[in-house]
Write a protein that binds this ligand. Structure first.
Ligand code: CMC
Length: 438
């Protein structure tokens, strides 16, 4: 434990009914949120492990970065409400905040933007690396590979015990991830890579690298750049979710930062996590028409059918997802700007949202539209193909992963992550030679 958390005077007593023995465990308090029972000596004291698949009741670390109150629908980055940051700040502000704990002043912001911008280009040989992928590779597969490969190119930022190396690695990843993502897209299209333009803002530059071609000028819409910036802010961090925990767990062995972020990208890819925004659009395509909604809602409610309404529900938010509120508004702004308010797919999405919000099954289980429900729709309207949706999530989340990874490396109580198990497999048995096996 480091000195941010407090050991309270309170204890929790565990009684082992088999032996009649009792054990006291200390209770620790954070600055807000539920207290935790410190069970680090549980196994040594009692001989028991805890069993908590999915970590539904387990705090895996101490953190000062992001706080979520799922029942109240609250999300704070370093104490600031996500709604305030999304409406009044920009992504570079939020990156600085997540990394360093405070919003930057003007000078700090200018220096940070300069330092990050300085790293936007990729080593030219990384550009060659793309050619090893099939043209029809999923861009998330390309992201895992190329981000992992950065560790083979930037040897001067691999020493995790050196704070300067960590800073350079952090800036490199924040700067290069949009370039890598845009190039994954261009590679799939067969278009030439568009190099970053450092006079543009972070989100503008990203749109430029995605949509410009050498053949004609690409005009960046301020509304779309603002929407992209907001999406990046909303997805920048989300405390100890699957991909962040993956980054922390991989990093806990001392692995290099680029490899850890590649591991986070792999975890994010799954449809229950970052893959959900892509799954939303695939689901809307599958539903096809408003008249089919009741049939799909019925399937989602059927326990014998694995189908779920993508973009609904959240492990932590059992009230409205606060990011979804901002995203809903942004969604309407983007659709207005693009003159797409009567797009049939979007009408279908809005109808589905309405029906699900009124349906007893969804209301009872507090299954509200989550951030991915709206982000998928916005990306679609912007002309971004569905296979790129999770990539955009990865671009946004990179700073959160890095902030969490840095926090872990700097935490004096940090240990290699090593969960235990409840073993239910075969116990020791005699080896059977190949010829004697049934
Ligand atoms: N459609 C239909 N039923 C659902 C859904 C859904 N989308 N989500 C949960 N349920 C039901 C589930 O069947 C269960 O019902 P019952 O109590 O009768 O058995 C109940 O609601 C609780 O579900 P759970 O699976 O125990 O909840 P969880 O916290 O483990 O799952 C979730 C959270 C996000 C994985 C899940 O809601 C889901 O699969 N949603 C669709 C995928 C999605 O949109 N994911 C994006 C999450 S937001 C992005 C991020 O932060 O990564």
């Amino acid at each position: 434990m480091n000195d941010r958390s407090k050991k309270t005077n309170q204890t929790v007593t565990l009684t082992d009914n088999a032996s009649g023995k009792t054990y006291d465990f200390p209770v620790m308090s954070g600055s807000v949120g539920p207290d935790v029972i410190d069970i680090r000596t549980l196994y040594a004291d009692t001989g028991y492990f805890t069993y908590d698949p999915g970590f539904t009741s387990t705090a895996s670390c101490e953190s000062t970065i992001t706080y979520i109150d799922g029942d109240e629908g609250i999300l704070l980055y370093r104490g600031y409400a996500i709604e305030d940051l999304a409406m009044h700040s920009d992504y570079m502000d939020v990156c600085y905040l997540l990394l360093f704990g405070e919003l930057p002043n003007k000078e700090q912001k200018a220096k940070f933007e300069h330092d990050v911008t300085y790293h936007t280009m990729l080593h030219e040989q990384v550009n060659q690396f793309y050619r090893g992928f099939r043209r029809d590779s999923h861009p998330m597969a390309v992201m895992c590979g190329v981000v992992g490969a950065l560790s083979a190119f930037y040897h001067d930022s691999l020493d995790i015990n050196d704070p300067w190396h960590r800073t350079v690695a952090s800036y490199r990843m924040i700067a290069k991830i949009p370039t890598i993502a845009a190039q994954a897209y261009k590679y799939a299209l067969g278009q030439p890579f568009i190099y970053p333009r450092n006079e543009l803002g972070y989100s503008e530059n990203f749109l430029h690298m995605l949509f410009a071609t050498p053949a004609e000028e690409y005009k960046i819409s301020p509304t779309l750049a603002k929407a992209m910036d907001r999406i990046l802010i909303l997805h920048a961090d989300h405390e100890q979710n699957a991909s962040t925990s993956t980054v922390r767990l991989s990093g806990s062995s001392g692995a290099n930062p680029f490899a850890c972020i590649a591991a986070g990208i792999a975890s994010l890819w799954g449809p229950a996590h970052g893959g959900a925004n892509e799954a939303v659009l695939n689901m809307l395509d599958q539903i096809g028409d408003k008249k089919n909604i009741p049939e799909f809602v019925k399937k989602a409610k059927d326990k014998d059918d694995p189908f779920r309404l993508m973009g609904f529900g959240h492990r932590v938010y059992k009230n409205f997802d606060p990011r979804a509120r901002v995203m809903q508004q942004t969604c309407h702004e983007v659709l207005d700007e693009l003159g797409m308010t009567d797009d049939p797919l979007l009408e279908l999405a809005m109808e589905l949202e309405k029906i699900a919000l009124e349906d007893e099954y969804f209301v009872e289980r507090k299954l509200y539209p989550n951030v991915d429900f709206y982000s998928g729709i916005i990306f679609k309207a912007m002309g971004i193909p569905t296979s790129m949706f999770t990539v955009l999530f990865a671009v946004a989340r990179t700073v959160g992963w890095i902030a969490q990874w840095n926090e872990m490396v700097e935490d004096p109580s940090q240990k290699i992550g090593r969960p235990r198990q409840l073993f239910t497999g075969a116990t020791r048995r005699d080896y059977v030679a190949l010829g004697k096996r049934k």
